[in-house]
Design a protein around this ligand. Structure first.
Ligand SMILES: [Zn+2]
Ligand SMILES: [Zn+2]
Length: 293
């Protein structure tokens, strides 16, 4: 079956939304089929059909993973294949705004866990050549979050952090690979970029939290590095918040390791409470580091 009215309707919605969770995409397709009284279609072959049509206009639907604070979410994004660079990807923005976005992307990509504190992000506006007012910068960030280029997370401590959305990662993937080859990590399993996943401190293998979890569920060597020649221990299976942080902490400091292990034990019985505690612990620590800089 070729490109028809259901495909067109689905595409119209994706042009507006740009990014939807995969579970939602299936429901959306169901609604589009219903709209025209057509039989339900499978998402994967449907996307293939849409992409054949989109090729000539250099757009594509891509399935990818969004790394949110509470886990990895499979999602579907509509990307512009003509944009190899941040500049063109975000063409509705002024040059000054694009300069800011470039600085922010650099900061996020080179951070330990793919996150930058809101205040740190806003202060970047003082570093661009053509200086930007703080209020303008705040508005720009708001717009970037609204348009799904950035994810904004508020922790229990009240701290607000920004990270890259799956949409921007997919859209500027080539730019990231060319500009930050030494700073970015591809998942050992799905080969997509990961910023919040596990990273082996011995062999540098990286993997998404979800990909690691799936692997460890079937692997004989639970919680170990999947690389053939490396058996490094990478941490517990159920790790809601920033495991990369944990593996770094574990190799750096024995005091903090005990603290982490203690909270892991409690997590068994009281998961939500412990997660909150861990977030605030983690944020507290980062705050100190930040002020020392
Ligand atoms: Zn993966
Ligand atoms: Zn390893």
């Amino acid at each position: 079956m070729g490109f028809g009215r259901v495909h067109r309707l689905f595409l119209q919605v994706m042009l507006q939304r740009r990014s939807v969770d995969e579970s939602e995409a299936q429901g959306l397709l169901g609604n589009c089929c219903k709209e025209y009284g057509e039989a339900m279609q499978e998402l994967e072959p449907f996307i293939y059909e849409v992409n054949k049509e989109l090729e000539s206009v250099e757009l594509a639907l891509k399935t990818t993973v969004e790394e949110r604070e509470d886990g990895d979410y499979p999602c579907l994004v509509l990307v512009n294949l003509m944009t190899g660079e941040v500049n063109r990807a975000l063409s509705p923005f002024s040059q000054q705004e694009l300069n800011f976005v470039q600085l922010l992307v650099a900061k996020l990509v080179t951070s330990n866990d793919g996150e930058v504190k809101m205040n740190t992000a806003i202060n970047l506006c003082l570093l661009i050549k053509q200086k930007m007012k703080v209020s303008a910068c705040e508005k720009l960030i708001e717009r970037l979050v609204e348009d799904k280029w950035l994810l904004q997370t508020t922790y229990d401590s009240g701290d607000v952090y920004l990270s890259l959305s799956s949409l921007i990662v997919a859209e500027i993937n080539t730019y990231l690979e060319e500009t930050y080859a030494d700073d970015i990590h591809k998942c050992f399993f799905c080969t997509k970029l990961t910023f919040k996943g596990y990273q082996c401190h011995q062999c540098k293998v990286a993997m998404h939290r979800n990909c690691a979890k799936k692997y460890w569920q079937t692997s004989k060597k639970a919680n170990s590095c999947p690389s053939g020649s490396c058996d490094a221990y990478l941490g517990p299976v159920s790790s809601p918040a920033s495991p990369s942080k944990r593996s770094r902490v574990m190799s750096d400091s024995s005091d903090e390791m005990e603290e982490e292990e203690e909270s892991m034990e409690k997590e068994e019985e009281q998961k939500p409470v412990v997660q909150k505690r861990r977030n605030s612990l983690r944020r507290g620590k980062e705050k100190v580091n930040y002020e020392e800089e």
